[in-house]
Design a protein around this ligand. Structure first.
Ligand code: MRU
Length: 345
């Protein structure tokens, strides 16, 4: 299994996703500030992977400061926590994991800093293992929704690279294939970071899962030709009413799916639900530096001359979503009541 993040030689190692697929290498991290920078610069990306990385960021900070007496040690943890919490705003898994880490250091009964540091590393390991386990459960449940022979379109990368392993949307596809179904994937390139082209296509190819790469503006054409049987994407934050924030462009794909009566599924672990946010338009949407969209190979156009916006995510309203697949079950009727019943239990 592809290890997006791993604990090795007493440090965190993460695949550098900025340089895939041309280069495959792990970078090492030793502190919260280094991990926060890796999240910000997208060495690691994808909601669950960001959550796991943040948990290890706290564990690293604890290890680094475990020689300090308890008040100074706790102050260092607090500082690391604050830095990590500002790394990216939309994926709620970041805040979910940070909350768990804080709870771990608040509840552990330990006299010495090194004992707390040990407990925090254990908690980070648990978060990572739970993520893999939940993705497998989600995969097995979601696989039922995909028909044998289906051509499934996905957007961005909600695969092993976006999680601790197996993936959410790609996890469903993997599990369907493990169950003996013949599934072929259409991956849209996902400008500007090209998660679909550089990560999803590469990851599926590594597993010998049939994949066809298209540019984002070909999606409507392919759907209108009847070449897409189902769509499945991941999520960065699901509001209490079922609206879903995901990679910018997801909303357009969902509108097309509705127009052509194609099922539009979201695969999302419970850790991606934010029950404190009542509806999608309240989800904070990240805007990234315009330099990331102003370049294409050697051309740099418009920079400094024309106004640009670079939104990293958009919100798909719940009425465009056929179902949300979670590790606890599938929510077909997206109402606040059904969501609370499943997620808050
Ligand atoms: O900007 P990114 O690459 O972090 O955005 C990732 C996505 O939008 C994914 O679809 C989402 O995090 C789900 S990953 C299982």
């Amino acid at each position: 299994m592809l290890e997006t993040l791993r604990w090795k030689n007493d440090q965190l190692e993460m695949i550098d996703q900025r340089v895939l697929p041309n280069q495959f290498n792990y970078l090492s991290f030793h502190s919260a500030i280094e991990v926060a920078e890796a999240i910000r610069s997208m060495v690691v990306r994808g909601a669950p992977a960001i959550g796991c990385a943040a948990a290890y960021g706290i564990a690293l900070e604890a290890k680094k400061n475990s020689h300090l007496d308890k008040p100074d040690f706790l102050a260092a943890l607090e500082e690391g926590w604050q830095i990590l919490s500002k790394s990216r705003p939309t994926a709620v898994n970041l805040f979910w994991a940070l909350k768990r880490m804080r709870q771990a250091w608040n509840t552990v009964s330990a006299t010495y800093s090194y004992q707390i540091a040990h407990a925090l590393l254990e908690e980070a390991h648990r978060i990572l293992q739970e993520d893999i386990c939940n993705n497998r459960k989600m995969g097995a449940l979601g696989a039922e929704l995909l028909k044998d022979g289906a051509h499934v379109l996905t957007y961005c990368n909600a695969g092993a690279l976006a999680t601790a392993g197996h993936g959410t949307a790609l996890g469903v596809i993997r599990s369907a294939i493990w169950a003996g179904k013949r599934i072929s994937v259409i991956s849209a390139e996902t400008r500007p970071f090209l998660q679909g082209a550089r990560l999803t296509a590469w990851e599926l190819n590594q597993d010998q899962i049939p994949v066809t790469l298209i540019t984002d503006n070909m999606i409507g054409h392919l759907i209108s030709k009847g070449e897409v049987d189902a769509i499945i994407v991941g999520a960065d934050r699901v509001a209490a009413n079922g609206d879903v924030a995901n990679k910018i462009g997801t909303y357009m794909v969902a509108v097309l799916a509705k127009r052509h009566n194609i099922p539009f599924y979201v695969a999302s672990p419970c850790s991606t639900f934010d029950l404190d946010i009542l509806e999608g338009n309240l989800i904070p949407i990240e805007e990234r530096p315009i330099e990331e969209i102003a370049n294409l190979d050697e051309y740099q156009w418009s920079l400094g001359k024309i106004k640009m916006r670079h939104f990293a995510f958009d919100v798909t309203p719940r009425d465009l979503i056929t179902a949300i697949i979670t590790e606890k079950g599938i929510i077909h009727q997206l109402t606040q009541e059904n969501i609370f019943k499943l997620i808050a239990q």
